[in-house]
Design a protein. Structure first.
Length: 381
């Protein structure tokens, strides 16, 4: 039986559940792979304060990597310490709230990635910009000739470019606290074949060398609190990088399907959602209510949810739909109307934008039902 089924049988579906045993085991494995470096928890991949608090209370985890300044204000105002917003913001109202409050200014660090953004903060905040904590986001993609292999994040890449941003930041009174490098082409890319493995090895070598030089240059200008690197898929690759002081992870706690294809680790599926079966349109086919929880990123079949039960698959001509999801296969005829089909999402926390409540289960028992960010009336984009 699915680990979530008996614990939630009395609850109305659609619903989402998290297996606490798997969640905790995944947290322990992340710490093991981090090799002694603290892990900053990526809140976008959790989006549930109860579970965020749970992992922060465990040894090996320290601080939050938030995705929006209003989110950071909310978390820090409720007692969460050391919140780093890892994406640049132009939300002037939220930035002013941080700059105007002693506690928020101490606990919240925001991102800059260019001289242009430093100037934006100066012009938007005026004198209030002084003392606002910032970290520099440095491009961690791999360049091979004209090819850009990785995601489009920061325009800042070289030591000279990093120094220009840091000097501009210090020149307007910003407190430069950190540097971050997110290696999406390593951390977020499954090991789909020899070409991907070669790409990852080359990226790791390149980043070790370039990060060392960038960090050395920045440390000559600023007293850094942290140098952040890695993600769920690459913690172990950078645990021995002397330039790095902390790693980042979040998705590995829930272990969505995008992490099923990695060579170096095998997390336990901790989150799944249940859909009630409402139709039998043909032999070998059942249709569930809802289910169109398709994940962000490059469009494709890797972004759709997957049935947990063997012998069931999405119908390729319909996939997961807004109000119905047909499934076919040898397992379909054994499912009655009103039964549930359990699915796993392709990505982690964004699934919780569809659910107000997260049901926490352990060994077939319902432990607690807690609100997601959405359930607390919070949506940060």
């Amino acid at each position: 039986m699915d680990p979530w089924q008996s614990a939630t049988s009395a609850l109305r579906a659609p619903l989402v559940a998290v297996d606490l045993d798997a969640f905790d085991a995944n947290a322990d494995d992340l710490v093991r792979r981090a090799g002694g470096l603290p892990i900053r928890v990526a809140s976008k991949s959790v989006r549930c304060r109860t579970l965020l608090d749970r992992v922060l209370a465990r040894p090996g985890f320290a601080g939050v990597m938030a995705y929006a300044v209003p989110e950071a204000v909310w978390l820090a105002s409720s007692g969460v310490r050391d919140v780093f917003v890892a994406y640049p913001s132009v939300d002037v109202e939220a930035l002013c709230a941080v700059a105007a409050d002693d506690t928020l200014r101490r606990e919240v660090t925001v991102t800059v990635d260019s001289v242009e953004h430093v100037r934006f903060l100066r012009d938007a905040l005026g004198d209030a910009v002084a003392g606002l904590g910032v970290a520099l986001d440095v491009d961690a993609s791999l360049r091979v000739g004209p090819l850009h292999l990785g995601v489009r994040r920061s325009p800042t890449r070289t030591p000279a470019e990093a120094l220009a941003v840091v000097r501009a930041a210090r020149g307007v009174g910003l407190d430069v606290r950190g540097v971050m490098f997110y290696d999406a082409q390593v951390a977020g890319l499954p090991d789909a074949g020899p070409h991907v493995r070669v790409l990852k090895r080359r990226s790791v070598r390149d980043l070790h060398e370039r990060r060392r030089d960038v960090v050395a240059a920045v440390r000559g200008e600023a007293d850094l609190r942290f140098v952040n690197g890695g993600g769920t898929g690459s913690l172990h690759r950078f645990a021995d990088d002397r330039a790095v002081t902390e790693l980042a992870a979040g998705s590995g706690l829930y272990a969505p399907t995008l992490f099923d294809g990695y060579d170096d680790f095998s997390p336990r599926p901790a989150m799944a959602f249940a859909l009630p079966v409402v139709r039998r349109p043909a032999p070998g086919v059942v249709t569930a209510f809802g289910g169109g929880y398709v994940s962000s990123g490059e469009p494709g079949w890797s972004r759709v949810p997957s049935p947990v039960r063997r012998g069931l698959a999405l119908v390729r001509t319909e996939a997961a739909g807004e109000v119905q999801t047909p499934l076919h296969g040898e397992g379909a005829d054994g499912i009655a109307l009103g039964d549930r089909v359990w699915m796993r999402g392709a990505k982690a926390g964004e699934l919780l934008e569809r659910f107000d409540t997260v049901h926490l289960v352990r060994r077939g028992e319902l432990v607690e039902s807690v609100p997601s960010y959405r359930g607390e009336g919070r949506n940060f984009g």
